[in-house]
Design a binder for this molecule. Structure first.
Ligand SMILES: NC(=O)c1ccc[n+]([C@@H]2O[C@H](COP(=O)([O-])OP(=O)(O)OC[C@H]3O[C@@H](n4cnc5c(N)ncnc54)[C@H](O)[C@@H]3O)[C@@H](O)[C@H]2O)c1
Length: 255
């Protein structure tokens, strides 16, 4: 019989920003597919809640607090996974923040730096530490999934710093492929459109309907629709996919 190349059984994974929203869904899907998960977040309480959700259904997970914008935290997070579980096979760089809508010419230095420090510096620090661990996997390499956005492919009114950082992470993803494919390390950028994380509940009905209408499918996405895709692309069966941008967008970019 051929091997099941879609399972994550035996894999050691980490997810940043896994205390809420899309990151929590990714951590849950990793665990449900058999991976051990190092749940990481800047918020200890919500991260620990994700661990509890995983252990409740019999999965294996532990929490490590980490601020992705700090290089030392990125190194310590990877070291935690290696010390506790022996290796790192899969890393999902999910943590990200969005700025308040601001015309580009009015973006001040502090806002520009803040968005860059989490969304771009954070992914670079993560990737660097993760690759260094994956190079020690006896030639088996590893998989890196970067959560970008439809705004890693197109602009969006008022979101300049966010758009710039997400495009940059698409570039970093390609660079991992070019530099490390020979060592069996691969990277994929997953690009969600607008996903329901609870914030949309604060919108007035007209704004909410306008958001739904941007998607040809006629609605925003669910966090589980991203989590399921990220778990799938992290599996060994996707070994020849490297440097790709994969939209998870209900057709948003296809118009
Ligand atoms: N929600 C959407 O519509 C949407 C669409 C496209 C892309 N994304 C991307 O998906 C990712 C997750 O978004 P979300 O909507 O689930 O966000 P969210 O705000 O619901 O959750 C983000 C999590 O990241 C954590 N976090 C924030 N700053 C951090 C830091 N410096 N270090 C570590 N953790 C930190 C937060 O504590 C939180 O638990 C982001 O990269 C975002 O850009 C979201």
């Amino acid at each position: 019989m051929t091997q099941n190349t879609q399972t994550l059984d035996g894999k050691i994974s980490l997810v940043t920003g896994a205390g809420a929203g899309i990151g929590r869904a990714i951590a849950l899907h990793y665990a449900k597919n058999g991976a051990t998960v190092v749940v990481s977040d800047i918020n200890e309480e919500s991260g620990q809640e994700t661990v509890n959700l995983i252990t409740e259904f019999g999965g294996t997970a532990s929490f490590k607090k980490s601020d992705v914008s700090k290089a030392d935290d990125a190194t310590a997070l990877v070291q935690f996974a290696v010390d506790k579980y022996g290796r790192l096979d899969i890393a999902c760089n999910n943590a990200g923040i969005a700025p308040p809508a601001t015309p580009l010419a009015e973006v001040d230095d502090a806002l520009w730096r803040k968005i860059n420090s989490v969304n771009l510096d954070g992914v670079f620090y993560g990737i660097r530490a993760q690759i260094n661990a994956m190079l020690r996997n006896n030639g088996e390499g590893g998989t890196i999934v970067n959560i970008v956005s439809i705004l890693g492919q197109v602009g969006f009114t008022g979101l300049g710093p966010y758009v710039a950082t997400k495009h940059a992470v698409v570039g970093l993803t390609k660079q991992v492929a070019v530099d490390y494919a020979a060592q069996k390390i691969r990277a994929i950028a997953v690009g969600p459109a607008f996903i329901k994380t609870g914030m949309e509940d604060n919108l007035d009905p007209d704004s909410r309907a306008a958001l739904d209408d941007m998607h040809p499918i006629g609605r925003m996405g669910e966090v589980d629709e991203v989590g399921a895709v990220v778990a799938a692309v992290s599996a060994p069966g996707w070994s020849f996919v490297n440097g790709a941008y994969l939209p998870v967008d209900g057709g948003f970019l296809s118009r």
